[in-house]
Design a protein around this ligand. Structure first.
Ligand code: ZN
Ligand code: ZN
Length: 395
């Protein structure tokens, strides 16, 4: 469905309200796109967000996790409190879109659409402030460092939910390849955990012509890499998802020298803590045992990244219901599948009930591509969705 090609009369007051200033929001999105900032350096972005929200009457708190912003609005006597989160950071990628508003910061690019997520939430924020169609407390959370640095965890550790208590929290991500403006909801595991390991297999270097005097770490690591996939196929329940990828391998520099060691870099993904722990136990054990069987030694540095993002059932049903009530059932994708990418909103969902949802970006280059651009046609419907969600939750 192409929502641009099917103009409709603006019967809905939220749609009308947002349409009145949509051009300004799109201009703001292009401005954010042109001046992208990396994790924890979102100073210009954060200032811009805070000044808009203040001008619309929000109580604005800055400086949480460095550049994080929380904007609060209370209306009436309602006691319910909702949190809606957007992310602000860009990626270390050289933009190749050739757009008029392409990045002016060399090597930095909004290639994940966080400029769009921020603009959507600002569009909703303005409507909610001007219309006052809810009773309760609205906390809008603009988070730094989603891509690297786990900005969500840092905001939580700096007292986010003690200072701004919420009964539920929601967030969204645009998704290339999903039809433009279609909504996707997943109850339970919706995005994967991501962990990394550096494994160094240490043998004994020597002459390539005299392998019997050496301990060949290349052969040991080849055996480990092959055996690694048995963790996924033989240890993990076949009903569950697990990914183990060796993305980097480095050893030696000459054809006739057996090197001293091999360095491997791995990434692991899972949808449940049980599988995640299984990978964390089995992979180092396997690396050590495989190395040992060749007389080599494996040094394993296994680092936990983001947990799996687990959507809460009740809040996800609620969020899906709001989309159906606002746009009709045809705009909600049937059987939307969990994604194997990861997202640090997972930390927020470990603290508070809530749901993370997806909005189709249409047929565009994928996220993190140098050719990707957020689709401005999402802003109006997604902002309208946030407004309807907040109104429904707080009334
Ligand atoms: Zn990203
Ligand atoms: Zn992203």
């Amino acid at each position: 469905m192409n929502i641009i090609a099917q103009p409709q009369r603006l019967n809905d007051p939220v749609e009308q309200g947002i349409a009145a200033y949509l051009d300004e929001i799109i201009a703001l999105r292009h401005d954010l796109h042109q001046y992208p900032e990396l994790a924890f350096q979102e100073r210009r972005t954060s200032k811009l967000i805070a000044s808009h929200l203040s001008s619309w009457g929000y109580d604005v708190t800055t400086g949480i996790a460095g550049t994080g912003v929380v904007a609060t609005l209370k209306r009436g006597a309602g006691e319910r409190r909702i949190g809606i989160r957007a992310d602000m950071d860009a990626l270390p990628i050289e933009e190749a879109t050739g757009l008029g508003y392409a990045s002016s910061n060399p090597g930095v690019m909004h290639a994940c659409g966080h400029d769009g997520h921020t603009s959507i939430l600002l569009a909703a924020a303005r409507y909610l402030a001007e219309s006052s169609t809810f009773e309760g407390t609205l906390h809008l959370i603009f988070q730094p460092a989603e891509e690297i640095g786990a900005g969500a965890r840092k905001m939580i550790s700096e007292g986010l939910f003690e200072r701004f208590p919420v009964d539920a929290i929601f967030g969204l991500h645009n998704w290339p390849g999903v039809p433009l403006g279609q909504f996707g909801f997943v109850s339970g595991p919706a995005m994967a955990s991501v962990d990394q390991a550096k494994i160094r297999i240490v043998g004994k270097g020597g002459h390539g012509a005299e392998p019997h005097r050496a301990v060949d770490p290349v052969l040991a690591s080849a055996s480990f890499i092959t055996a690694l996939q048995s963790v996924v196929s033989r240890n993990v329940d076949p009903q569950e998802m697990a990914v183990a990828t060796v993305g980097s391998i480095h050893a030696g520099s000459a054809s006739n020298v057996i090197p001293e060691s091999v360095e491997l870099k791995l990434t692991m993904r899972a949808f449940t803590e049980t599988v995640r722990q299984q990978l964390q136990e089995r992979i180092p054990a396997l690396a050590r045992a495989q190395a040992d069987s060749f007389g080599a030694v494996a040094e394993v540095d296994y680092r936990l990244g983001f947990p799996a993002l687990i959507n809460h059932r009740e809040e996800t049903d609620f969020a899906r219901g709001v989309a159906i009530a606002t746009f009709g059932p045809a705009r909600v994708e049937e059987g939307f599948k969990p994604r194997t990418a990861s997202e640090d909103f997972a930390f927020m969902l470990q603290e508070k009930p809530g749901s993370y949802l997806f909005v189709g970006n249409g047929e565009t280059p994928p996220l993190h591509s140098a050719h990707y651009d957020f689709n401005d046609a999402i802003i109006a419907p997604a902002a309208r969705y946030w407004v309807r969600l907040a109104e429904a939750f707080l009334n």
